[in-house]
Design a protein around this ligand. Structure first.
Ligand code: GLY
Ligand code: MN
Ligand code: MN
Length: 463
């Protein structure tokens, strides 16, 4: 566990003090947040990797298992047990409670069980992991429904936390820059490993090796696939054939939980076919147009519609779609090929704060659209300086959409199916970067990873 502060960065204790001060300005009741613990596999000591709850991490800063913090009026109390003799035997000497307390600026520190008597009138956010959620409910002496249906006091807390976590402070941005830098290296390694490899698994291994070597983990299950049309494809067993396109959506997460989320698509041979390149350049045009337009005050939904318009216009130029751009987007014809949203919030989690449903993603009074082309939009707010969002347009040929008889009927006049058949050598392309909204525009945190087709080809082929 990293307790020292790298030079030139705000200290952890100072940052945490500011975060809880800002929370105290928003809620007048005590707050208890649990970190959670590892779930066991087949015997208690064989556990899945531990990942602390992000709400805990935001205020406690360090990934401590089976711990909690109590926050009230800007004061932090830490609750965690000292290591037992058995813990020390099997896991070695752990950082002690007092050391952790000093690093995070706790006013007091106690064994975990002491928290049970300090919960009168306290709000919490339920953790995802079941055993800890049961402890939360038992000690708070009330039901804890899933975080999407919170009780009133917890709902107020969640809204306050969303306000804080939407706008990242200096330490958070520094951490996301670290995650982004390692992710960029991982993608370069994946591209450079491609010519010598025959399976998706080998490319995944080359990418995750970089992340592991930096003592980071993946922020989500990596997608490394020749079947890019399967949006969340977590199989890695396909052989790579000449002519395939690889789609790799891989992101590192720092030790303290800050995420990155990057996708690149590249040709297995190091050369795009003409049809692959046409569509790649079109997806890149949508990506660039969105980032160009991103700045405070701009509606994220409008960025999504910008991507839809660029894609629709390009598909008309390629004679795949027919009609006016305005009508095609209104009819959601673009969504046949771009069925997801343009991106999401990024922070301590990929899809940051989606454990709270749409509370973070959707501004008050807004809710998901029923439209095919808008329903998967995960963020519908005006952008503000300090937000980090992904921009990730794509083009996919999803059989479940394109072979659906009803959709084919619906879009029979808008899609030139014969022309589309000439693009059969590409299944899925996505280009995804992490973008910090600045006071005057946007900064791409992952800009050191090229996007231009020529540069991608050069990285893969080693030219
Ligand atoms: N890596 C998941 C996503 O891009 O949303
Ligand atoms: Mn993403
Ligand atoms: Mn992604």
């Amino acid at each position: 566990m990293q307790l020292s502060n790298p030079p030139g960065r705000p200290t952890l204790a100072d940052t945490l003090r500011q975060r809880r001060q800002r929370l105290a300005e928003r809620v007048q009741f005590p707050v208890a947040l649990w970190s959670g613990r590892s779930a066991s596999r087949n015997f208690p000591a064989n556990v899945h990797p531990f990942r602390a709850s992000s709400h805990f991490l935001y205020f406690a800063g360090l990934p401590i298992a089976n711990a909690a913090v109590r926050l009230e009026a800007g004061r932090l109390e830490l609750f965690m047990d000292a290591a037992t003799a058995a813990d020390r035997l099997w896991h070695g000497e752990a950082t002690g409670r007092d050391q952790v307390a000093a690093a995070i600026g706790a006013a007091a520190a106690y064994p975990l069980s002491h928290l049970a008597d300090r919960l009168d009138g306290a709000a919490t956010i339920p953790v995802m992991e079941t055993a800890t959620r049961q402890q939360q409910a038992a000690w708070l002496k009330r039901e804890l429904p899933a975080a999407k249906a919170l009780q009133a006091i917890d709902q107020q807390l969640a809204s306050a936390i969303v306000e804080l976590r939407l706008i990242h402070d200096e330490l958070a941005i520094a951490e996301m820059r670290r995650a982004a830098a390692v992710t960029v290296k991982a993608h370069r390694a994946g591209m450079q490993a491609t010519l010598g490899t025959t399976t998706e698994a080998e490319i995944r291994a080359a990418m995750e090796a970089v992340i592991t070597a930096h003592n980071m983990s993946t922020a989500y299950s990596s997608i490394v696939t020749v079947q890019g049309e399967v949006l969340h494809n977590n199989a890695y067993d396909h052989a790579i054939q000449p002519g395939d396109l690889l789609l790799a959506d891989v992101g590192a997460e720092t030790e303290s939980g800050w995420a990155s989320d990057v996708t690149r698509s590249w040709p297995a041979t190091g050369r795009f076919s003409p049809t692959q390149r046409d569509i790649y350049d079109l997806v890149l045009a949508a990506h660039d147009a969105c980032i160009q337009a991103a700045q405070p005050g701009i509606e994220y939904r409008d960025l999504h519609l910008t991507a839809a318009q660029v894609l629709a216009a390009g598909l008309v130029d390629l004679d795949i779609l027919r009609g006016t751009v305005e009508q095609l987007v209104e009819q959601d014809a673009h969504a046949l090929f771009f069925p997801h949203g343009i991106g999401h919030l990024l922070g301590l989690d990929v899809h940051d704060m989606e454990d709270l449903g749409d509370l973070a993603g959707y501004a008050a009074g807004r809710s998901r659209s029923e439209r095919f082309g808008l329903g998967y939009l995960r963020l519908d707010r005006p952008l503000q300086a300090g937000m980090v969002v992904t921009i990730e347009p794509g083009f996919y040929q999803v059989p479940a959409l394109l072979h659906d008889p009803e959709r084919r009927r619906q879009y029979q006049d808008q899609v030139n199916w014969e022309r589309l058949a000439q693009f059969a050598d590409l299944r899925g392309i996505r280009i995804e970067d992490d973008v910090l909204i600045t006071p005057t525009g946007a900064e791409i945190l992952t800009q050191d990873l090229p996007t231009a087709a020529d540069q991608i080809e050069a990285l893969v082929s080693g030219d």
